[in-house]
Write a protein that binds this ligand. Structure first.
Ligand SMILES: N[C@@H](CCC(=O)N[C@@H](CS)C(=O)NCC(=O)O)C(=O)O
Length: 267
C-alpha cells in the first residue's frame, strides 16, 4: 500500500508505551467496540497508550445487535464501557474519555489548568464541526468528494493549524512535549481526534478521494507536523486495523454512489 502512513511507523518510538507503568483499575474495564468505528477507536487508543488494563469485546456492526447488547445500550451503538460487573455502563466516546481522565488523573489525559482543559475540549469541538462533520459527508455525497476534500483541507489550513500552533506550547513555556498543551504524551485531544485523522490519511494513501492530499502546503505546517508525530505512535498502529477500515470505506463510498445514482444526482 504505497503512501500508507504505516510505512512510516518506524520513525516513532515504540518504547514509549512500555515506558509507562501498567495500570490495573480497581474495577475491571470492558470495552465493547468495533475496529470499524472511529468513536470506539478513541477509547481503545487511550487504553493502549495509557497502559490501562481492559478487556475488548468486538461488536459486529454489519448485523443486528444481539439482545444482550441492546440491554447494555438500547441504541445498539459502540463504544460502550462497562465498569466492574456493570455497576456503571458508559456510552458516548467523549464521556468515556472524560471518565478515563478522572479514573487515572496522574496520567494527564486531561491535563493543566481549568483554562487549558477547557481549551482542549473546545479544540475537539471545533475539529468536530470543521473536519469530522464534512468527513462524513464524503460517504453520503461522494459525487461532491473533491469539493468536500477542499473544504476539509481549507479548514485544516486556515482554522485547525493556526489554533494548534497556539496550543502546541504552553503560555508558561514549561511544557516541552509534541502534544496538545505541550504534553509529553497524547492527551484527550489526541485520543479524540487521531481516529479521524488516521482515516483521512488512509483515504489519501489509498487514493479514495480525489484531491485529498494532506501535507504542510495543503493542511498547514503545524497540523502536518502533529500528524506525523501521531502516525508514529505505537498505540496508533496497534489500535488500527487498516485493511478492515479501508474495505469498509470502499463499501460505504460505493453505497453512497449507488444511492446518489438512484436519486439521479449528477456530478
Ligand atoms: N456519539 C457517539 C457515536 C457512536 C457511533 O455513532 N457509533 C457507530 C459506529 S461508528 C455505531 O455504533 N453505529 C451502529 C448503528 O448505528 O447501528 C459516540 O461518540 O460514541
Amino acid at each position: 500500500m504505497a503512501g500508507c502512513p504505516y510505512l512510516a511507523l518506524k520513525q516513532g518510538s515504540p518504547a514509549d508505551i512500555k515506558a509507562r507503568p501498567d495500570i490495573t483499575p480497581e474495577h475491571p474495564l470492558t470495552l465493547y467496540t468495533s475496529p470499524l468505528c472511529p468513536y470506539a477507536h478513541r477509547i481503545h487508543l487511550a487504553l493502549l497508550e495509557c497502559n490501562i488494563a481492559h478487556t475488548l469485546i468486538e461488536i459486529d456492526l454489519e448485523n443486528p445487535r444481539p439482545e444482550w447488547y441492546l440491554e447494555l445500550n438500547a441504541e445498539g451503538k459502540v463504544p460502550v464501557m462497562k465498569v466492574g460487573d456493570g455497576e456503571c455502563v458508559l456510552r458516548e466516546s467523549l464521556l468515556i474519555l472524560e471518565f478515563l481522565a478522572d479514573l487515572v488523573p496522574g496520567v494527564g489525559i486531561l491535563r493543566g489548568s481549568a483554562v487549558e482543559r477547557a481549551q482542549a475540549r473546545l479544540f475537539v469541538d471545533v475539529f468536530g464541526k470543521e473536519v469530522i462533520a464534512p468527513y462524513y459527508t464524503l460517504f453520503t455525497h461522494p459525487s461532491r468528494a473533491p469539493q468536500i476534500a477542499t473544504q476539509i483541507l481549507t479548514a485544516l489550513k486556515t482554522k485547525i493549524s493556526p489554533l494548534l500552533a497556539k496550543h502546541l506550547s504552553t503560555s508558561s513555556g514549561i511544557g516541552i512535549g509534541p502534544f496538545f498543551n505541550a504534553a509529553m504524551y497524547p492527551t484527550y485531544v489526541e485520543y479524540a481526534l487521531t481516529p479521524f485523522i488516521l482515516r483521512l490519511k488512509v483515504m489519501e494513501a489509498n487514493n479514495l478521494i480525489e484531491g485529498l492530499v494532506i501535507n504542510s502546503e495543503t493542511a498547514g505546517h503545524e497540523f502536518a507536523g502533529w500528524c506525523a508525530v501521531l502516525m508514529g505512535r505505537e498505540g496508533v498502529r496497534k489500535s488500527f486495523e487498516v485493511r478492515r477500515v479501508v474495505e469498509r470505506m470502499v463499501k460505504k463510498l460505493e453505497e453512497g454512489r449507488a444511492k446518489e445514482a438512484e436519486e439521479g444526482v449528477a456530478r
